[in-house]
Design a protein around this ligand. Structure first.
Ligand code: AMP
Ligand code: TRP
Length: 329
């Protein structure tokens, strides 16, 4: 039996947060043991908003190091940079010509990211077609992402089905893989907003590479809810429920177990222990990251990864071009 193909990507646009870790990366690490996985540094997606060239270069390499530091084994999974495999941009363009203007305009991420911006690039608008290309190029069956990517996945499925209907079976129609728990980690300052690495306030997120004292300070300042009870109730107590989710995901405890553990103790002891749990959970990743970042191991992984990815997607791209009626080169 063929192993399921898994594809996911993260943008190299700055500090990864524990939202990225718990919502996405932690699942990548788990899935590599049971599926044939590709994990991509999506630099073509990052340039949909302005990037400093030197920062983008550094962030891309850092993200690759972080994938490995978090536990992705480059001998098991393929780790590569999107712009190293030109098929992504090629199929991205083709799928822009399959996607409809109207459906792209309904994407809530586009609406959020373009609201009140003076400059909105055309790339920010067509971004989901490129994401569809990333996924469909590899005949992907499963896409592990956080909750915020669900709508993009639905569009990817629509594009795949539309193409298949028009030109004959070409793409596997992928399924999203969204954690029931932790798919949407919220800001520490406002539990109505998702935790995001692009938040203008650094107190809103915990970066995967934050120093222990920074983590402790951010958690001690995190907003809570009225009353003093450590109780899981996302509607009535969104802030504390979010902190409990983080605690539960780092310790593999259920919300009931967390409630029991802190029964009668109030927020103070809960926050103190939460900080230590996060510090301890991130510290082996941070240590491995520091070792990797100064070595050439990452560059070698990326070189091999790109080569492997190119081989894996060449057949699908050739098939698409032939079906569209392009004269084969
Ligand atoms: P991005 O940082 O937008 O490239 O996202 C990379 C991955 O992390 C995607 O799968 C997102 O859905 C996921 N992700 C980002 N922020 C969060 C969050 N606050 N909670 C859970 N998952 C998230
Ligand atoms: N759009 C995703 C995000 O912002 C990143 C991404 C690009 C992606 N291509 C992908 C995720 C393919 C999964 C599969 O988080």
């Amino acid at each position: 039996m063929m192993m399921t193909r898994v594809f996911s990507g993260i943008q190299p646009s700055g500090n990864l947060t524990i939202g990225n870790y718990l919502g996405a990366m932690k699942n990548f690490v788990r899935l590599q043991h049971e599926a044939d996985c590709l994990f991509c540094v999506v630099d073509l997606h990052a340039i949909t908003v302005p990037q400093e060239p030197e920062a983008l270069r550094e962030n891309s390499r850092n993200l690759a190091a972080l994938y490995i530091a978090a536990g992705i084994d480059p001998d098991k999974a393929t780790v590569f940079i999107q712009s190293h495999v030109t098929a992504h941009a090629e199929l991205g363009w083709i799928l822009q010509c399959i996607a409809y203007y109207g459906e792209l305009g309904r994407m809530t991420q586009f609406k959020d990211k373009s609201a009140q911006k003076e400059v909105v690039t055309a790339g920010l608008f067509t971004y989901p077609a490129l994401m569809a290309a990333d996924i469909l190029l590899y005949q992907t069956g499963l896409v592990p992402v956080g909750e915020d990517q669900k709508q993009h996945l639905e569009l990817t499925r629509d594009i795949a089905e539309r193409f298949n209907n028009r030109f004959g079976q070409t793409f596997v129609v992928p399924e999203p893989y969204i954690p029931k728990f932790g798919g949407r980690i919220m800001s520490l300052e406002n539990p109505e907003k998702k935790m995001s690495k692009s938040d203008e306030s650094a107190g809103a997120y915990i970066a995967m590479l934050d120093e222990p004292d920074v983590i402790r300070k951010k958690i001690s300042r995190a907003v809570t809810d009225s009353d003093r009870e450590v109780r899981y109730d996302p509607d009535a107590k969104p802030a504390v429920s979010n902190l409990m989710t983080i605690y539960g995901m780092f310790t593999d405890m259920t919300m009931e177990q967390v409630e029991k553990h802190f029964a009668g103790q109030g927020y103070g002891p809960f926050k103190k222990e939460l900080a230590e749990v996060v510090v301890d959970g991130l510290s082996p990743i941070q240590q491995r990251y520091r070792e990797l970042i100064g070595s050439s191991e990452v560059d070698e992984v990326l070189r091999k990864g790109a080569q492997k990815a190119r081989e894996m997607c060449a057949g699908t791209l050739a098939d698409v071009k032939s079906k569209l009626g392009f004269v084969l080169a």
